[in-house]
Ligand binder design. Structure first.
Ligand code: NIG
Ligand code: FE
Length: 449
């Protein structure tokens, strides 16, 4: 290939070139994987295999121009893009020669605010204890709740920020973050405030989810816990939102046998929906409760896990346009039967991915989740990328602005140090090595050293 990595052409001397002030030019890339190129919100069924890609020619690489506001202004071959911005001044130019570019990765499901790891439970689970056995014995979520209640807001922020930075280094630029280790008004608000405080320090965008119904607190019946979520926690969260202290996007519940049943989950989700929150919850993970059918009937934006989803649940989700957020790390660690990813894709469910980072599944890396999804859930590489970008941002209702490399969208980009983007997934556990730059809203927020 004759492709060279020359600097952009300088304006000719004497020429009146008052070009636009621009933020960033990424140039010379061997391929830019745009994912979507025509404003599609989702790519269903076979189209989940179609990636929109701009590929370098014999003599030109591919460029992405980003305007002052961090918004993508153009994507195309180097000379085409350059010609669109004559005399422009670029605040930053990144040479992507020999490298590929994908959209910033979107992690559609995490629990990153907590104190007290559960490494001891990992050993118990490896020795044969199930997730629910550990939970019923007072471990699991309730163990983390005790430690999170005891931690100060500052301690929780100190624990959270390095986790978010690790996500950034693995290519995540937009992440959904849940509360849910408080289970009482005070601690749930504390967790949501910690997420709020993290925003200016984090190099990624946070979509925040209230998950006060993550577990039943010790000493309460599930009915009492349901009422406390609806009558105490949610109104307190809403009041803090109205006061401008919190921005919360979604409501979540762990709809599961021994936690919140389908009817209780419905009441909690509807209460959140009435307050304007998006519905995004844990459904049909360990037992086939028909949580997916219930969620679809409410028009849920997204449901996660779905290892035990029924055929009717899949059809209902496809009909309702609900995103199925699959979480390969959990199925892997707990040795669960994988969710029927192929049946979901075939039925027209927009499938997305998340790391599910939490003290049970300690994984902060979307490329790792994508790798596991390919091997364990039989998804193709293209499907995994669409799930980890376009569909994950749609699950958070941020698909208008995130999830693909299209003019008008936020310039969240990952530069992969290989001519083909698939190395991002192929190099198992190698994200830190294979990602050379992470760009958020046109600013380089991580460079590999
Ligand atoms: O998505 N299943 C419920 N919630 C989390 C686990 C939380 C925890 O174990 O601390 C999940 O896997
Ligand atoms: Fe979860």
């Amino acid at each position: 290939m004759l492709l060279t990595c020359d600097a952009p052409a300088e304006p000719k001397s004497g020429e009146e070139m008052k070009g636009r002030e621009m933020r960033l030019l990424v140039r010379g890339a061997s391929q830019v994987v745009r994912v979507a190129a025509s404003g599609e919100k989702v790519k269903l069924r076979e189209s989940m295999n179609d990636l929109a890609i701009v590929t370098a020619t014999e003599d030109q690489g591919v460029s992405i121009a980003v305007d002052k506001d961090g918004v993508i202004a153009a994507v195309g071959l180097d000379k085409e893009v350059e010609a669109q911005f004559p005399g422009a001044s670029w605040a930053e130019v990144v040479d992507a020669c020999g490298r590929s570019v994908v959209p910033g990765l979107v992690d559609a499901h995490t629990h990153p605010v907590w104190a007290g790891d559960r490494v001891h439970e990992f050993a118990m689970k490896l020795a044969g204890a199930s997730y629910m056995e550990v939970h019923a014995a007072g471990g699991g979520i309730n163990f983390t709740v005790e430690h999170t209640r005891a931690a100060s807001e500052e301690d929780l922020l100190d624990l959270l920020l390095p986790r978010l930075h690790r996500m950034t280094r693995a290519g995540t630029t937009l992440v959904e973050c849940k509360s849910g280790y408080g289970l009482d008004v005070e601690t749930e608000l504390k967790m949501l405030r910690v997420l709020e405080k993290a925003r200016p320090h984090a190099n990624l965008t946070i979509s925040s989810t209230f998950c006060g119904a993550h577990s039943v607190p010790k000493g309460l019946t599930t009915e009492e816990a349901t009422r406390r979520v609806v009558e105490q926690q949610l109104p307190a969260v809403k009041a803090a939102m109205d006061a401008g202290e919190l921005k919360v996007d979604s409501i979540d519940v762990f709809c599961e046998r021994g936690v919140f049943d389908v009817d209780q989950s419905r009441r909690i989700l509807q209460a959140g929906q009435r307050e304007g929150l998006l519905i995004n919850f844990h459904a049909d993970e360990l037992h086939p409760l028909k949580g997916a059918e219930m969620g679809a009937s409410l028009g849920a934006e997204a449901m996660s896990h779905l290892e035990e989803v029924s055929d009717e649940g899949i059809s209902a989700m496809a009909q309702a346009g609900t995103v199925g957020v699959l979480l390969p790390t959990t199925a892997y660690i707990l040795r669960l039967t994988p969710p029927p990813a192929r049946a979901m894709i075939d039925a027209g469910v927009p499938v997305a991915l998340g790391t599910d980072f939490n003290p049970n599944a300690f994984c902060l890396s979307m490329p790792m989740a994508m790798h596991l999804a390919c091997v364990m859930f039989k998804m193709s590489l293209n499907e995994a990328l669409i799930a980890a970008t376009l569909h994950a941002s749609h699950a958070l209702r941020k698909g208008q602005t995130h999830g693909s490399i299209e003019p008008g969208k936020v310039a969240d980009l990952v530069i992969v140090d290989a001519p083909r983007w698939e190395h991002l997934v192929y190099q198992l556990g190698g994200a830190d090595h294979v990602i050379s730059h992470v760009i958020r809203a046109g600013h380089v927020v991580h460079t590999r050293h």
